[in-house]
Structures are given as structure tokens and as C-alpha cells.
Design a protein around this ligand. Structure first.
Ligand code: ZN
Length: 232
């Protein structure tokens, strides 16, 4: 085997080790964002429910105040009945009382409906709060686990990266760059074995000429199909 390919093959083993150590850690930020968005959606839903509840409370209080205002008006009109000077004025006041009483009844109906709906709003807020609290707990646990995972891996990853750095000594920079590019774009397999004249990276056949070069071990041979660096 060409000595540089031998080195790259060892380097690839360390790179695969680093990849498996960091694969789940690398996925953490995206996962965190996803969970955060979900939590924010639940928080928004909770705030909307709270606003609806507040509005129903305020509206019911305003209607209640209006009903009490009508009651005062009716009381005042009833008192006037005692001091009216003629029958026409008496009749007019009775009509007025009737009109205010009708308006009062309509407002009171609306007010009662709103007061009844307060229970429904209360339940909706409680359900939204429970959903948010549940998700917040899950999110906080996730953050804790993610942090613990990062910390537990930091030592092993740092050690492997240090080893990798030492192993690149003696590999020509151009070849190292080519290897790094292939490692990223060829599913963590830049240096591929050849078995029975087939590249094990892409399963295409290697030419007779390349096979004999590989046997010779004095030149670096690449797969004609996937450009991976080959070894046997
Ligand atoms: Zn190939």
C-alpha cells in the first residue's frame, strides 16, 4: 500500500471515531430550536386564552355595572311617579320605566351568559397552562441532558482531535485537502477498499490498469466513478 494512503486510512479511522462521538451532539442545536418553537407556540396559545378570559371578565363587569345603572334609573323613575302632576306625565313615566326595564333584562341576560362562559375560559386557560408547563419541563430536561452529553463527550472528542492532528504529519497538504473534501462529501468514507476489483465505496468496477497500479503500491489510485482514494 502507498505509504500516504496507509496514513490516510489510519486518519480516516480516527475521523470516523470523531464522527460517531459528535453525530448526536451535532444534531442538538437543530433539535433545541425545534423544541423551543413548540414551547413558544404553547406559550402564545396560553397568552391568547388568558386574554380571552380577561376580556370576558371585564365585559361581564361592565355589563353588571350597566344593569345596576338601569336599576338606579328605574328607582328614580318610580320615585317620580309620586310627584307627577297629571295622568299624561304618569303614563309617560310608566312607559319610560318599561323601556329601561326591557333594556336592563337584555343586558342582564348577556351578563349572565358571560359569567357562565367564565368557567369555560377558566378551564381553557388551565388546560393551556398544563400543556405549556408539561412541555417546559420536557424542554428543561432536554437542555440538561444535552449539556451533560456535551460535557461527557468533550474529553473524548478533544483527545481524538489531538491524535488526529499528530497523524496528519507527513501527509502532503494537497492530498490532505482532497481527503478532507472526500470525507465530507462521500459519507465519511474517503479511502475505500477494493474487493474483487470493485470499489467498496460506490460498487463500480476498477479498471485492470488501476488494479495493477494498486498492486504495485507506488502510486495513489482513485476510483474512476466516485473519486475515492482506493486501497487493497
Ligand atoms: Zn468508487
Amino acid at each position: 500500500m502507498h505509504p500516504h494512503v496507509k496514513k490516510l486510512l489510519e486518519l480516516q479511522k480516527v475521523d470516523q471515531e470523531i464522527s460517531s462521538l459528535t453525530r448526536d451532539i451535532d444534531a442538538l442545536p437543530a433539535e433545541e430550536q425545534k423544541r423551543k418553537r413548540k414551547l413558544e407556540d404553547l406559550e402564545r396559545a396560553l397568552n391568547e386564552k388568558k386574554l380571552l378570559q380577561q376580556k370576558a371578565e371585564l365585559d361581564s363587569r361592565a355589563l353588571d355595572k350597566a344593569v345596576r345603572g338601569n336599576d338606579d334609573e328605574i328607582k328614580r323613575l318610580n320615585e317620580r311617579l309620586n310627584i307627577v302632576r297629571n295622568n299624561a306625565e304618569y303614563q309617560a313615566t310608566l312607559f319610560q320605566i318599561e323601556a329601561v326595564r326591557k333594556a336592563r333584562d337584555v343586558t342582564q341576560d348577556e351578563c349572565l351568559k358571560l359569567i357562565e362562559s367564565l368557567d369555560v375560559h377558566q378551564a381553557a386557560v388551565a388546560a393551556a397552562q398544563a400543556a405549556y408547563d408539561g412541555e417546559k419541563k420536557v424542554f428543561d430536561e432536554f437542555l440538561g441532558e444535552a449539556d451533560a452529553l456535551r460535557k461527557s463527550r468533550a474529553g473524548a472528542v478533544g483527545e481524538a482531535r489531538g491524535r488526529r492532528q499528530a497523524m496528519t504529519a507527513g501527509v502532503p497538504p494537497d492530498l490532505l485537502r482532497e481527503y478532507d473534501g472526500l470525507y465530507k462529501t462521500r459519507q465519511n468514507l474517503a479511502v475505500a477498499p477494493v474487493q474483487a476489483a470493485y470499489c467498496q465505496g460506490c460498487y463500480n468496477k476498477i479498471t485492470m490498469n488501476d488494479m495493477s497500479k494498486l498492486m504495485g503500491g507506488s502510486t495513489i489510485v482513485r476510483c474512476g466513478s466516485c473519486q475515492r482514494i482506493l486501497h487493497i
